[in-house]
Ligand binder design. Structure first.
Ligand code: SF4
Ligand code: SF4
Ligand code: SF4
Length: 338
C-alpha cells in the first residue's frame, strides 16, 4: 500500500478544512428528476444472462484506457491480483478496481433458472445513473456531474477534494474510494462515455454474447422492457443484441418475468434498468430503496455532517503533528547521542 506523504496529508486536510472554514457545505444542485430526451442507458435482462462475466472483463479493459472510469496513467488493467499471480481475478464485490459486477443468487436447491422457488438468477451491479443523483447533489465542488444531454453521471478527479459525501449519499452504495492510493479517486461506472466521440458505447453491452445487456436511448429501452413484460412465457421472441436498435437479434423462448422494471421508479428513476424473474431484493438490491428521489433526503442528513468532519479533521491534524514532532525530536536526540 502506498504511503500518504506529509504533503498529501496536509493537502487533503487543508482542502477540506478550507471548505469547512469557509462555511460552505454541499450545495443542493438543481438536478431535475426529468429524463433528457437523448438520455442513454442500459437494460439488463437477467433471464438472458448466462453469467459468463465477459461484461466484467471488457469493462476493465476498455475503462483502463484514457478517459475511462479505471484509467490511471502508467497503470494497466487494474486486475485484483498482480500479473504474476497464477490465477485470474474473480471479484465478488464492487471496488475501486471493479465498477461492474455479476453476481449469482440461489434459493434452496437452485435448480430452476430465473425462479424464486428452488431457483437461481444472475444480477448485474453498477452505477444506476439516477435521474436525480444524490452523489451530484451533495458534492460540494461539482466533482460529480450529470450530463444534461446524455444524463450520464461522471466524475472529475481534478475537482475532487476527497470528502466522500458522494459515498455516504448514494443509496446504491456505488462510488468506491481508492484507499491504497496516495492520490485517491472515487471510482464508478461512467457508462463508457469516453467511447461515445468515436461512435463507441458501453463495452459491457458490446461484448455481451446473449443480449442480456443492451445499450440505447432510455425511452427506447423502456419500450423494449414493456414489450418483454407483455410477452407470453414460452413464446419465441427476437431479442436484440448489443444495442436496443440493433439489427442483430437472438431468437429464443421467453422466460417468465417478474412484472417489475427495476429503475423505472426506484430512487426517482434511473438510466440503468433491470428485468428478472426473481424479486430484486433476492438479487442484492436494497429493499428499503423507495421511489422517492434521494437527493433531497440525503441533503437533510449530509447537512449535519460537516461539524463532525471538522472535529475529526482537527483531531487528525493534531495527532499527525504530535506524532511527527515526536519523531523529529527523537531523531534529534539520537543525533545528539551519536
Ligand atoms: S447510483 Fe449512486 S453513484 Fe450512481 S448516479 Fe445514483 S447516486 Fe450517483
Ligand atoms: S457502461 Fe462501461 S463502465 Fe459501465 S459497467 Fe458497462 S463497461 Fe463498465
Ligand atoms: S456478458 Fe452478458 S451474459 Fe455474460 S455475464 Fe455479462 S450480462 Fe451476463
Amino acid at each position: 500500500m502506498s504511503k500518504v506523504s506529509r504533503r498529501d496529508f496536509l493537502k487533503m486536510t487543508a482542502g477540506t478544512t478550507a471548505l469547512l472554514a469557509s462555511g460552505l457545505t454541499p450545495a443542493k444542485a438543481e438536478a431535475a428528476a426529468v429524463l433528457p430526451p437523448e438520455a442513454v442507458g442500459i437494460l439488463y435482462d437477467a433471464t438472458l444472462c448466462i453469467g459468463c462475466k465477459a461484461c466484467m472483463v471488457k469493462c476493465k479493459e476498455y475503462n483502463s484506457q484514457p478517459g475511462g472510469a479505471l484509467y490511471q496513467e502508467g497503470r494497466g488493467i487494474p486486475y485484483e491480483l498482480p500479473a504474476t499471480a497464477p490465477i485470474w481475478d474473480a471479484p465478488t464485490t464492487l471496488s475501486d478496481k471493479t465498477v461492474n459486477l455479476i453476481t449469482a443468487h440461489r434459493q434452496g436447491s437452485g435448480l430452476n433458472k430465473d425462479q424464486a422457488e428452488e431457483g437461481f438468477s444472475f444480477a448485474k451491479h453498477h452505477c444506476m445513473h439516477c435521474l436525480d443523483p444524490a452523489c451530484v447533489s451533495v458534492c460540494p465542488v461539482a466533482a460529480f456531474i450529470k450530463d444534461p444531454k446524455t444524463g450520464v453521471v461522471s466524475y472529475r478527479k481534478d475537482r475532487c477534494i476527497g470528502c466522500r459525501y458522494c459515498q455516504v449519499a448514494c443509496p446504491f452504495s456505488i462510488p468506491k474510494f481508492e484507499w491504497s492510493s496516495a492520490s485517491p479517486q472515487l471510482r464508478k461506472c461512467q457508462l463508457c462515455h469516453h467511447r461515445y466521440p468515436e461512435g463507441g458505447y458501453a463495452a459491457c453491452c458490446e461484448f455481451c454474447p446473449t443480449g442480456a445487456s443492451i445499450f440505447g436511448r432510455v425511452t427506447d429501452l423502456r419500450q423494449e422492457a414493456k414489450r418483454r413484460l407483455a410477452l407470453e412465457p414460452g413464446s419465441e421472441y427476437a431479442f436484440p443484441i448489443q444495442r436496443v436498435d440493433s439489427e442483430r437479434t437472438l431468437t429464443r423462448p421467453v422466460s417468465r418475468y417478474l412484472d417489475h422494471l427495476y429503475g423505472l421508479n426506484e430512487a426517482g428513476g434511473t438510466q440503468y434498468m433491470l428485468l428478472a424473474g426473481v424479486p430484486f431484493d433476492l438479487l442484492g438490491f436494497n429493499p428499503r430503496i423507495t421511489d422517492e428521489s434521494y437527493s433531497v433526503l440525503t441533503w437533510q442528513y449530509i447537512a449535519k455532517v460537516p461539524a463532525l468532519i471538522a472535529v475529526l479533521l482537527a483531531a487528525g491534524t493534531a495527532s499527525y503533528h504530535f506524532t511527527h514532532r515526536r519523531q523529529h525530536d527523537s531523531g534529534r536526540d539520537d543525533q545528539a547521542k551519536g
